[in-house]
Each structure stands twice: as C-alpha cells, then as structure tokens.
Design a protein around this ligand. Structure first.
Ligand code: GTR
Length: 330
C-alpha cells in the first residue's frame, strides 16, 4: 500500500509525465489513415503523398499507413475510429460528417453552389476555414478538421432506365449517404431515398435492394458501380466536399511543431488532390464512354431545383447568414 506521502509523490510524478508530452511526442508515430476508395483514387493518393512528405520532413519519425478500399469499414466507422484514436486520419465526405458536426450541413444543401469552381472558392476562403474550425472546436466531434478535398458534383445513376427528366425518378429506390437531409432530398425529387453506408452500395445495386444511387463520376467508375448501373444523368444536384479529419486524442499527443507540420502538409495535400481530381474525373468520363454507359445531360435543371424547395424550407433557415455569404462569393 502507498503511504500518503508516497501517493502525493506519485501524483506529482504523473503530472510531470503529462507535462512531458512534447518530449514523448518525439517518438516514432505511424498515422493510420482510412479511405473508402481504392489505391490510385485522388484522395487516397493525396494522403499517401502527404505521408511520404511527412516522413521525409521528419527522417521517418512521422509517417502514414493508408488503409484504402474500406479495409477498415465505411465512413461512419472511420469517424468513430478517429474519435477514439484507433486511426489518425479519416478522409470522409461532409455528407457523413453532417450528423456529427451539424454546422457542416449547410454544404449538404442541394444546388447550394453554382458550380464546382464556386465551391472551391468558398472552401479556399474564410468560410472554408470557419467550417474546418467548427469540427476542431466541436466539444463532441473529437476530431481536427485539417483540410478539404474536392469531390466534384454528384449525379444520379440507376439500373432501370435513363432519367431524362425529373418525372423519370418517380418510384426509383435510390441510395443516399447516411444523413436525413439526403433522404428528404431524394423524396422531394420523386424517388425513394434509402440511407446506406458506402460499403453496401455495390451489392445493393447488384441485388436490386436499390435501383440507383448518386455520386460523382470517379466514384461511379472506380468503385465499380458502373458495372451494374448503366444509366448516368448529369443532375449535379449536390456538390459535397470531403474533409481530411485528424483524431483529436492522437493530435493531443503531438508537439505544437508536429501539429503545425501535419497541418501544413494537409494543406499541400488539398492542393495536390485537386490536380489529381481533375485527371481522374476525365479518366472516369472516358471509361464510362468506353463501357457504353448512357450519359444524359440535363439542359434545364430548374425543375430539379424547384423540387428540392421543401428541403431548403426545412434546413436552410438555420444557415441563412452563411448561405448569404456563400452566395456572395464569386
Ligand atoms: C464518394 C465520397 C465518399 C463517400 C461516398 C458516398 O463520392 O468520396 O467519401 O461519401 O461518395 O456516397 O458515401
């Protein structure tokens, strides 16, 4: 048994050990990273390159181990693992993050951005930083918002028939990301929204559990959904960015210098991902042509925009100020 004095000494020593955090942080650390996409996908490649750069800058003390292709589960799992410190880096969609940090849901409003360039300008500016900070400062998220990653615009696809106008969505069961906003959106568009993790989408399309889904061309092609869904319609109803989030429990073990280094390299990864994204988007579209996917262009999106009005009525008022600022960005 400890005497009282020994116990006090023990407590003091423990406190000192706590203060010695930065010294301990000089230890070698391997940051586990999770991504639902396969090797070569822009987000995967950008985070791997970030790891190589970190390793070079620290003589191998800090590095990244990428677990791609949903090896560690879907995005909900990635968030949970980052929250408890089981992984360091979760590259996830803001669609999945919205329920965790509700301030982000402004970005999940359909037809919020005029186009992908508009979204980039918003995310590269003050609003983008504020929203990253909302994650870092959230008392419950337990993550640091490091940077954004582009994901282009999302379009409808299905196994049944071409969607030439909004009426063609009627009755289609369409998978959406796990966020009630998207179920409401799909229902407002005339389909039946089914929320589901990304890890289940391919099988659900293949077995007919759903008739369709919606995503950007690189996800549609490089996650193989195009092998089962042959109709792709350029509705561009959502421009939802992705985030590279860092586990707060692991972040708190890093020295201030290492935190600054990780942050700087994440910014570089954001820029790099954008370049890779443009290349991959072009590759995906070419592969769709080759595979004989029927790509439908929607000349007039007005009926789609009008249909999602109930979604705006329900979710937009709480974001009125930031929406005004977003719309003002050129
Ligand atoms: C992709 C995105 C993933 C995931 C997926 C989905 O475009 O890159 O992060 O969110 O969509 O639909 O769940």
């Amino acid at each position: 048994m400890f005497g009282k004095r020994q116990a006090m000494r023990f407590a003091a020593a423990s406190a000192l050990a706590g203060l010695a955090g930065p010294a301990l942080a000089q230890a070698k650390m391997v940051f586990k990273a999770s991504d639902v996409h396969p090797a070569g996908y822009p987000t995967v490649a950008a985070v791997e390159e970030m790891g190589t750069a970190l390793s070079a800058a620290t003589n191998g003390r800090l590095s990244v181990q990428m677990y791609a292709s949903m090896q560690l589960g879907g995005e909900k799992e990635a968030i949970e693992q980052a929250q408890v410190g089981a992984i360091a880096l979760a590259r996830v969609s803001v669609g999945t993050l919205g329920p965790v940090v509700p301030d982000l849901n402004v970005l999940n409003l359909p037809f919020l951005f005029r186009n992908t360039e508009h979204a980039q300008h918003v995310l590269d500016g003050a609003i983008g930083q504020e929203l990253l900070d909302k994650v870092s400062n959230s008392p419950t998220a337990n993550m640091i918002g490091l940077c954004w990653m582009d994901a282009g615009a999302r379009n409808m696809y299905d196994t049944k028939h071409a969607i030439n106008d909004i009426g063609d969505l009627k009755g289609l069961k369409v998978r959406v990301m796990g966020n009630p906003m998207f179920v409401d959106m799909m229902n407002a568009l005339g389909g039946n929204g089914v929320a589901m993790g990304y890890d289940q989408v391919f099988t659900a399309l293949q077995t007919g559990v759903v008739d369709g889904a919606e995503n950007n061309p690189p996800s549609f092609v490089f996650d193989n959904h195009y092998q089962v869904a042959k109709f792709y319609t350029l509705t561009e109803h959502l421009i939802v960015p992705e985030m590279l989030a860092f586990s707060k429990p692991i972040w708190n073990k890093l020295s201030k210098d290492d935190q600054a280094l990780v942050q700087k390299m994440a910014r570089e990864a954001q820029a790099r991902e954008r370049v890779l994204w443009n290349e991959y988007q072009a590759k995906a579209l070419a592969k769709m042509q080759e595979a004989g996917i029927k790509v439908v262009t929607i000349a007039d999106k007005a009926p789609f925009q009008a249909a999602v009005k109930p979604v705006w009525d329900k979710y937009a008022p709480q974001f009125a100020d930031v929406i005004k600022r977003i719309q003002a960005v050129q």
